[in-house]
Design a protein around this ligand. Sequence first.
Ligand code: ACO
Length: 323
Amino acid sequence: MIRSVITGCGSYLPSRIMKNADFEGMIDTNDEWIAQRTGIRERRIAAEGETTADLGEKAARAAMAAAGVTVDDLDMIILATSTPNNTFPATAVEIQNRLGMHHGAAFDSQAVCSGFIFALTTADQYIRTGFAKRILVIGAETFSRILDWTDRTTCVLFGDGAGAVIIEAMEGRGDSSDRGILTAHLRSDGAHKDKLYVDGGPSTTGTVGHLRMEGREVFRHAVGMITDVIEAAYAATGLTSADLDWFVPHQANRRIIDASAKKLDIAPEKVVVTVDRHGNTSAASIPLALCEAVADGRIKTGDLVMLEAMGGGFTWGSILLRW
Ligand code: ACO
């Protein structure tokens, strides 16, 4: 059975750090409120002129170096983003061109904060059907560009960054001892589309728009939706929370992460947390967290890793993989 194995990952964060205290004076908020309600202490903000393609390219180069591959080895690039450089072409082709890749296919995938889960699941399908052998999957965002910096209920929550992985086809036995993606589960329900959205777009206002969110409503649905797709992964594989080595959730809010882990009986020491330093980087948050835990030696070959996300749409999903 063909499995999609992650053979390298890399990430990139803009150099400018914005701390909670930096909002004081701009909006009516304070470090204590933000830290207590969200767990966020600081986030990175892209420099003027630094784009999603810039962040994504740097993460992609790092992932390719980690995997020991060049563009000649790649069949495809999938970029998860909700903050593309332009309405079109896809920012993935911009990155493809910068990497000097002129073969294969590159396209963007858009599922907001679940974007990386959707993009990696899509890549897994191409690999398992034999359509592609090696794919670069990137999550890159510059959410700072779509925030309303006068709205204290949203602008304190998000940050910029990028993470990327190389996945490639490897032969497995077909059981849960295989390396690679063991199971993936995607969901969406547009009935919730107005709870988290951007109030502009090419076909409506002709503008880019700003992020709008009913935070309490998102929070109310988050834990149930996350639990739903993680339990689906357990049902598909026969594995349980006790088998997990690492839980790498989308990093939106520390309270959502802790409540999900508690409900699913995942021990706190197995949870990878970056939200305190990155804020919510949407489609970039999972590969950023994953790469950090790989780089510092926590995640090792053979470890069982659960990825999950929930975001605008709503969209939500999980991927259970063996590193
Ligand atoms: N500083 C100070 N006070 C604030 C701030 C702020 N930054 N933001 C809101 N408040 C105030 C509100 O105005 C409200 O005041 P009021 O009672 O006078 O009206 C009070 O704090 C409480 O507001 P709530 O919204 O009830 O606060 P809550 O505890 O729910 O926390 C939060 C808000 C952090 C947004 C939370 O609801 C949350 O994390 N929701 C989920 C958000 C999320 O995960 N979004 C990302 C999803 S992924 C994606 O697709 C992008």
